[in-house]
Design a protein around this ligand. Structure first.
Ligand SMILES: [Zn+2]
Length: 674
């Protein structure tokens, strides 16, 4: 069969690809890659960096191209047929990648090179590649004895089951709970849309009244707007006690088993704790550093949080004579106070943010900072007519292709993201340039109105474009180290830093013009946006820190003496408490981020990324937000380097120092003393 996916291609040949091409292409490409790996393993020459590491990194290129075309389509333009193919090929792909990591002969060759590394005269990038490839095997047990390997497989199998059960229990608890309200005054305060949805939900289940559930679209507005305090309490306690009812859906034992197995796994591999294991491949490096980081921020944020809490309590007292502010009062009175302080609404801002203007704005920002120009082209094959395609030039040299896909469609998943159809790498002296995409779900234009973005959508566009720049400006040798292939507590720096330009007059002047009158957005509005962005930032920060500290308490210590999950959690929360304690609730039993998802020992990274972007942007601000010397350094040491060096080293080369938390404290308004 003539299969366009199995021919060599530069631009993805969307118009030629039919769904029936995918599976045979995957199967063939997996076979081809196996042969490439076999050739490395069976090479009669002794292992060298070139014939083993380099060869391994450049193997499977066709398979990677097919995967990126396929999985990007599955996210941005999917249908049942594509989803079915995904179900079929995903297990094949993970089996194939496991076969590589468990290939002992391949590991032997890598280890031989690894052990000679000091005498090999490698470049920094080559050292990083060697280190990462070696760790990819050793962290999966390649160095263990047979008996230990067997135990490791047992632990992994048990952990994946436990994680699944943990998540299923949380989901079942969420779906099980309903609060049926039958008296109109019990839904007092709720916005019309929320009320309507609650009434419809009740009706769909053959009930009368309003049905409130623990799903976010139901739970969040109820906590924010419902006047009835007793009902807020009831719902809040139900939400906070998922997996904590000593019944068949209880997660307390699962939490204990998960942390014990993770601890044992880390010990087997030679690490002190699970956190030591995880953080070895993070910019933060060690549990001690993470704890210092969290506690330092806590020390600065706690006074602000206490102050904000007192203000909120006083406001609740003034409004409704509430004496003691409880967890179920927080969202409700915060929302009221926020409305009182800032009379901001999206409709006022949107006319200044016509989509085309914002895109041109972000392009101009990239031009001023990095010398990039964007030329829209209609010669590039695309997967949907709405996709726009651009050739990107850096000082007249072709840099990248850029696909922009902005509006929602039935086959597109929610949210916004950056992805690539082709990675950047350098092979045989030729720098092969990348194909990068941004996919979003912004409001579509109508017959009478263009697409007008909310401010939140504007910052989202800048954010995803920041990731795109990381991809487009990539300039490395090895594909696995290129672009956004960096430690995950470093990957949000380029994206988050770009958001800062959305708040600056000099940048807004470039694009924030009223779509009808052309008038520039009034700066009072921008000031208000800034102020409201830091509203109750102390409380929000302390809350984030409490989750990070709980995560580290579970994963940074020997958990074998933990008997009571709730008591252990209460102790971990001690330094971050604002609200009175509720014995009925437990966070750990539904903390899916760290017990089901991939965030174990990683929750801190949300704040870590904010510290990085605030500190980096402060450097721009000190020198002018369009200062090209600073921008050049950012390009040279961060955007172009991908994961070729330790991120702390890269950051220091850009900034001249390690990141400092002061810029974030300043931006978040946490340094005010009154
Ligand atoms: Zn991001």
């Amino acid at each position: 069969m003539n299969n366009p996916l199995l021919e060599p291609f530069n631009e993805a040949p969307f118009s030629k690809i039919k769904n029936e091409h995918f599976k045979p292409a995957f199967l063939q490409a997996i076979e081809d890659t196996k042969k490439e790996i076999d050739a490395i393993v069976n090479n009669p020459e002794p292992p060298t960096f070139g014939n083993t590491l380099e060869a391994l990194d450049f193997s499977g290129q066709q398979l990677d191209r097919i995967s990126s075309v396929f999985f990007n389509l599955n996210s941005a333009e999917t249908n049942e047929e594509i989803q079915k193919i995904a179900q079929e090929v995903s297990p094949l792909l993970s089996e194939f990648s496991n076969d590589i990591t468990l290939n002992e002969d391949l590991f032997k060759r890598i280890k031989t090179v690894y052990e000679q590394r000091d005498s090999l005269d490698l470049t920094t990038e080559q050292e990083t590649l060697l280190e990462k490839k070696y760790k990819n095997f050793s962290r999966n047990g390649a160095n263990l004895k047979e008996k230990e390997k067997k135990r490791l497989r047992e632990i992994d199998a048990e952990l994946s089951k436990l994680k699944l059960t943990f998540g299923e229990n949380v989901l079942a608890e969420t779906n099980k709970y309903e609060m049926l309200l039958t008296v109109e005054k019990d839904v007092d305060g709720l916005p019309e849309g929320t009320k309507e949805a609650a009434a419809q939900l009740a009706e769909s289940k053959g009930r009368q009244g309003w049905l409130i559930t623990l799903d976010y679209p139901s739970y969040i507005p109820f906590m924010k707007y419902a006047k009835n305090r007793e009902l807020r309490k009831k719902l809040s306690l139900a939400f906070g006690s998922k997996g904590f009812h000593n019944d068949e859906l209880d997660n307390q034992e699962n939490v204990k088993k998960i942390v014990s197995l993770r601890f044992e796994r880390a010990n087997l591999l030679g690490y002190k704790t699970h956190a030591d294991f995880v953080l070895e491949e993070r910019m933060a490096e060690t549990p001690e550093k993470v704890l210092d980081f969290l506690n330092e921020l806590l020390e600065k944020a706690k006074p602000a949080a206490d102050r904000e809490f007192a203000e909120l309590e006083a406001y609740a007292k003034e409004l409704d004579n509430i004496d003691r502010l409880e967890k179920w009062d927080s969202a409700y009175y915060s929302e009221k106070l926020k409305q009182k302080l800032f009379d901001l609404d999206d409709e006022k801002l949107k006319p200044y943010f016509k989509l085309e203007n914002v895109i041109n704005g972000v392009f101009k920002v990239a031009e001023k900072l990095f010398g990039l120009t964007f030329k829209e082209v209609d010669t590039v094959d695309k997967y949907h007519e709405e996709v726009k395609t651009f050739e990107v030039y850096e000082n007249d040299n072709f840099l990248s292709l850029f696909y922009a896909d902005f509006h929602p469609r039935p086959g597109k998943r929610g949210g916004a993201w950056m992805t690539s159809f082709k990675p950047q790498y350098t092979l045989n002296g030729k720098n092969s340039r990348p194909h990068i995409a941004n996919v979003c779900n912004f409001t579509k234009p109508t017959a009478s109105k263009p697409s007008l973005l909310t401010f939140n959508e504007v910052t989202t566009l800048f954010h995803e474009f920041g990731h795109a720049l990381h991809g487009m400006l990539a300039n490395t040798t090895y594909p696995s180290l290129s672009g956004t292939s960096v430690y995950w507590d470093f990957v949000e720096l380029p994206s988050q830093v770009m958001e800062n330009w959305c708040y600056e007059k000099e940048a807004l002047e470039l694009f924030a013009h009223h779509y009808e009158s052309g008038e520039m957005i009034p700066m009072e509005l921008v000031e208000k946006i800034k102020e409201s962005a830091t509203f109750q930032e102390g409380m929000a920060t302390v809350r984030q820190l409490s989750f990070g500290l709980l995560d580290m308490a579970w994963h940074g210590k020997d958990p074998s003496n933990v008997n009571n999950v709730k008591a252990y959690e209460t102790a971990a929360f001690k330094s971050t408490n604002l609200f009175p304690e509720t014995p009925e609730t437990c966070m750990s039993t539904s903390f899916s981020h760290i017990f089901q998802g991939g965030y174990s020992s990683g929750y801190y990274s949300y704040k870590w990324a904010e510290v990085l972007d605030a500190d980096a942007f402060a450097h721009f601000k000190e020198n002018g937000i369009f200062n090209t010397t600073v921008a050049d350094k950012f390009k040279e040491h961060v955007l172009s380097k991908g994961g070729t060096e330790n991120p702390m080293d890269l950051y220091k080369k850009f900034r001249g120092a390690e990141p400092n938390i002061d810029a974030l404290l300043e931006r978040a308004g946490l340094l005010k003393t009154n």
